[in-house]
Design a protein around this ligand. Structure first.
Ligand code: GLN
Length: 450
């Protein structure tokens, strides 16, 4: 069914960069055989899943939506996809993204746009736009994305699905092509909170292959799901007051306010809290993320991976030609920003300062979490915008992630759950932010709300 739907919808949506139909059918038949033989089946047995194309899949092209990796076939498998295979999930294909996950609309992909299923003239968000659109359109039941500054939550919001960025270190990054290593996390997309919880269950956990992986036991995420938040007043939710006001679309504001009323009716106690340094998240992110990216992307030199420019007369020329023609404009912008910020004489003024601000933002969250269990705010200031609307102005594109970025800087878990539509029929997302490793609480609140 998923493959039929992919065939019917892909000409319009382009959520996938490659569809692995034969392999999917093989995997599905293997599950059937297990069932027929009376063998035990995995947590995700037979469930069609899409995988963002910056997650390495052994023997299957992994491009990061970049020319520079157009013919890269990983010789190894990411930990998450290994876990999915062990859970008997069926991968249907690799999904489109902004090149190297740099962007907020999937428009920087070297392989074309993905459309928002709710309005084909609009973007699905990004960078995990393909994963969000594929789930929203029913091309697969669940999918994986990666979130460095909002790339799971923002497209989830734009496409009307659930998306969660786990606590930094909960899900192994082994096999995730690095963008900004101190911020990157893999996480689920699903059409319901329960499905997202089940998918996180399957991929979370310590991995000795990722040095930042946390040695923690994983709770049963579906065990605590119930239709309300009672006993009344036990769960406290804090509205981040700095996320309201200028720049926030009035219909998004209304939907969030309504959602908070509903959470109160369900039994939560609602407070207003302040995170005064929240707004410095964006400028510090655009120092830290490009700095890390400039180092991580140094490896694409035309020698070790995929694409190499032709007709170079010496090694240096080969490097520069390869990188000049292999990377798109946004990726080059990030490499230049990062290289500049890290260069001698500027390090203290930019990178070090940004890291200090990062600590202050973390402290704001810590203080807020002394009062409440979960924080709430919009996922994005607007609903999905038109394709092409922001491509000429990088800063306006960066501003879309104003509300998601601080969560990555602090390493916290954050979920986006659909909370209504604007007058154009476009979905709106409510963002819930949790204490470290309290994904269980995020699922509880989101499930009761949904
Ligand atoms: N849109 C942000 C950026 O361009 C976040 C991307 C992400 O989370 N991968 O960097």
């Amino acid at each position: 069914e998923a493959l039929d739907r992919i065939q019917a919808l892909e000409p319009k949506l382009h959520s996938f960069l490659c569809v692995t139909a034969e392999r999917a059918l093989e995997q599905a038949r293997a599950v059937d055989a297990k069932i027929a033989a009376g063998e035990e089946i995995g947590l995700l047995a037979g469930i069609p899943i899409g995988i963002k194309d910056n997650i390495c899949t052994k023997g299957i092209n992994t491009t990061c939506a970049s020319r520079i990796l157009e013919n890269f076939v990983p010789p190894y498998e990411a930990t998450v996809t290994q876990k999915l295979a062990a859970a008997d999930a069926v991968m249907v294909g690799k999904t489109n993204l902004d090149e190297f996950a740099m962007g907020g609309s999937t428009e920087t992909s070297a392989y074309g746009l993905t459309a928002n299923p709710w309005d084909l003239s609009r973007v699905p968000g990004g960078s995990s736009g393909g994963s969000a659109a594929a789930v929203a359109a029913g091309e697969c039941v669940i999918s994986l994305g990666s979130d460095t500054g909002g790339s799971i939550r923002q497209p989830a919001s734009f496409c009307g699905v659930v998306g969660i960025k786990p606590t930094y270190g909960l899900v192994s990054r082994y096999g995730l092509v690095a963008f900004a290593s101190s911020l990157d996390q893999i996480g689920p997309f699903a059409r319901s909170v329960e499905d997202a919880a089940i998918l996180l269950q399957a991929i979370a956990g310590y991995d000795p292959k990722d040095s930042t992986s946390l040695k923690v036991s994983i709770p049963d995420y579906t065990a605590g799901l119930k239709p309300d938040l009672k006993p009344r007043g036990q769960l406290r939710i804090g509205i981040i007051k700095e996320t309201f006001g200028e720049g926030l679309d009035s219909q998004v504001e209304q939907a969030i306010t309504k959602a908070l009323d509903q959470l109160q009716n369900l039994g939560a106690e609602i407070h207003v809290v302040s995170c005064p340094r929240f707004r410095y998240g964006l400028p510090s992110y655009y120092i830290i993320a490009p700095s890390e990216a400039s180092a991580n992307l140094a490896r694409y030199d035309g020698v070790k991976y995929g694409y190499r420019a032709e007709e170079a007369e010496n090694l240096m020329e080969m490097y520069t030609r390869t990188r000049a023609s292999g990377f798109g404009a946004e990726v080059k912008r990030r490499i230049m920003l990062g290289t500049y910020a890290l260069s001698a004489g500027y390090y203290d003024a930019y990178y070090l300062k940004a890291q200090k601000v990062r600590t202050l933002i973390k402290e704001d969250f810590e203080r807020a979490f002394e009062q409440v269990h979960v924080l709430a705010c919009p996922t994005a200031p607007t609903t999905a915008f038109k394709a092409g609307e922001k491509t000429a102005d990088p800063l306006s594109m960066y501003l879309v992630d104003l509300m998601t970025i601080p969560v990555n800087l602090a390493g916290l878990p954050g979920i986006s759950v659909p909370c209504g539509f604007d007058d154009n029929g476009l979905p709106i997302g409510l963002q819930l932010i949790g204490r470290p490793l309290r994904e269980d609480q995020l699922f509880q609140v989101a499930y009761a709300y949904e």
